[in-house]
Structures are given as structure tokens and as C-alpha cells.
Design a protein around this ligand. Structure first.
Ligand code: ZN
Length: 313
């Protein structure tokens, strides 16, 4: 029954959107009060947990080897939060057409860590690899490190074989993937931190409404964002944008390693693809999902320089 439901999301997004649109509009109209602005744990307890679905899904529901055909489908393999521990993986990363990495691929963004990650990425067989940064990859935050040789070297290297997205889009077989590294402020010492409310809202408004897969480092509130002390670290402003405007089929993220797995609100499938657990052990599995191709055009990237560099992919 679940499998049929997942297929109905993929094959008739428009219909699903229409059915859920009023429900989410009603929720935000009635719930997004001044009192709960931006405070994820309060918002979750007072509103979200009582009024919305957040069902957990089994990973095997998102792909089907018996129907997978590379002529008609694109298989995505989701990873995140690998933190330079890829050599300790106990199982190989499953094969797919596109590898997604939702950030925190290093510990602190040092050059040797960036190089180690690049070498691991290049060793993988996936035809296309799409990467965003996370708060641990802090040397890639151009706002904090404006003239930074690590960022330049890393992006230069990645562009030879991979796509690095930073508030930009890649289109694969007509499927639009938007990548963004930002998180709600943690303690001001890491990379890509934004203040909740105004700064977060402004950044999320840049996400195009026709995004099919949203690749973000932070989770939205209520999905894959439960910390070890039961508080919620996700972004209220991001959930609002996702539910009311963007409505992606998938949102892939990491960051909160205590709450990996898959959930849904009935409209979007949320994947916390962290591969290290809360004890920083690389014991979690990547998540695989299939989507129908929308066109035969293999790859377009929103940055001209990246497109030029990737014509041989
Ligand atoms: Zn993180």
C-alpha cells in the first residue's frame, strides 16, 4: 500500500499538491504566530506535532529494482555527514546514476581533509556527483574566508568531475536539484550560519519554486531534526517555504546525525542522509530513491563556468 502511495506522489505531483495545498496554507495561517517565530522546539511541541503528519518511511519503499530502467529512471544515492571517515565504511556505497552529498564532508574544512574527500568522491563510480557544503566545511564559506585558497582549490578540483552547488541549480534529465549549505545559527563559530527568521527566510526565498529535489544541509523543523536531548534543531522558516511554495518531491539533508532516516508530511519526502551517527561512527547507510526522467537532456548547471567544465561528464 505504501509503495502505491509513493508512486502516486511521483506520478501525479500536481494532483497531490492540489490536495494538500489548502491543508498547509491553513496550518501556516493559523500557526505561524509571533510567539513561536523561529523557535523550533517550541513550534514543534505547540503546533507541528499536533497538527501535521510526520510519518516515518522504510527506505526500501523509495526504489524498486524490478522496475528500475536507466532509460526511463534516474537513481539517486543520498549521503551526508561523512566527516572524512569514509575509509571506515563497512559497506560499499550503492551504485546509482547520481550521488548526492548534503554537506559536512570534512571535520573543519582543512586542506588535507578537503583533498581526502575529493579523492574518495573521485573513486566512486556514479556518473554524476552533486555536493554541497555544511557548517563543518567552514573554509568554503566565502563570507568568513573571502580570499581562501582552500575554497578555490576545492571547487577547482570538484569541477573536473563533480558539481558543487551553493545556492544554485543542476538539472539532470529534466529533474531540478537546488543545493544550499546554510543552517540556522548554531554558535557563530562554524560556517554558513544564518540568524533564524529574517536571514533564514531571505535565503530560502532564493530557492526556485520549481525545485524537484532540495539538497540542503539543515533539516526543516520536525523532520530528521530531533537532537539527543529531544530538542529540535531544524528550521521553521525552511519548513514554511517548503510546504507553502517550493513543494519539492524530495528534500535531502543531514546535519542532525541523531535523527537519520526518512519521513513525510504527505507532500514531500524528507531524507536525513547522515552516514555518521551521533557518536561520529560511520555506521549508517546511504538512502536510495528513483525518479522518472522528465527529459533526455543529461545535464545542465546554472553556473556557466561549471557547465563548461562539465561537458565531458
Ligand atoms: Zn552540520
Amino acid at each position: 500500500m505504501h509503495k502505491r502511495w509513493i508512486r502516486s506522489i511521483s506520478s501525479s505531483k500536481k494532483k497531490t499538491k492540489k490536495k494538500t495545498c489548502n491543508e498547509f496554507e491553513e496550518f501556516w495561517k493559523n500557526s505561524y504566530t509571533q510567539y513561536i517565530h523561529g523557535i523550533p522546539t517550541v513550534f514543534y511541541k505547540s503546533e507541528l506535532s499536533k497538527k501535521q503528519r510526520h510519518d516515518r518511511l522504510d527506505p526500501v519503499l523509495l526504489y524498486d529494482d524490478s522496475t528500475y530502467n536507466p532509460a526511463t529512471k534516474v537513481r539517486f544515492v543520498c549521503t551526508s555527514d561523512t566527516h572524512n571517515l569514509t575509509e571506515r565504511f563497512t559497506k560499499p556505497v550503492p551504485y546509482g546514476d547520481v550521488l548526492l552529498h548534503a554537506g559536512d564532508f570534512t571535520q573543519e574544512g582543512e586542506m588535507c581533509q578537503v583533498e581526502q574527500f575529493s579523492e574518495w568522491l573521485e573513486s566512486l563510480p556514479h556518473r554524476i556527483k552533486i555536493v554541497i557544503a555544511g557548517n563543518h566545511d567552514l573554509t568554503l564559506d566565502a563570507g568568513r574566508f573571502p580570499q581562501n585558497h582552500i575554497r578555490d582549490a576545492f571547487i577547482g578540483r570538484l569541477q573536473r568531475s563533480c558539481i558543487y552547488l551553493e545556492d544554485s541549480t543542476a538539472i539532470i534529465n529534466g529533474i531540478k536539484i537546488y543545493g544550499t549549505p546554510w543552517i540556522p545559527e548554531y554558535n557563530g563559530k562554524w560556517g554558513f550560519e544564518l540568524k533564524r527568521e529574517d536571514e533564514c527566510s531571505a535565503k530560502w526565498r532564493e530557492i526556485p519554486s520549481d525545485t524537484d529535489i532540495l539538497l540542503s544541509h539543515t533539516p526543516p523543523v520536525g523532520h530528521g531534526d530531533r537532537c539527543a536531548d529531544s530538542s529540535r534543531a531544524g528550521c521553521v522558516n525552511l519548513l514554511q517555504q517548503v510546504q507553502l511554495r517550493i513543494k519539492p518531491q524530495y528534500q535531502v539533508f543531514g546535519h542532525v546525525q541523531e535523527d537519520s532516516g526518512i519521513t513525510t508530511d504527505g507532500q514531500t519526502i524528507f531524507i536525513n542522509a547522515a552516514m555518521c551517527n551521533e557518536k561520529m561512527k560511520p555506521v549508517l547507510d546511504p538512502v536510495v530513491f528513483d525518479m522518472d526522467k522528465k527529459s533526455e537532456e543529461m545535464l545542465l548547471v546554472s553556473s556557466t563556468s561549471q557547465w563548461n567544465a562539465l561537458t565531458n561528464v
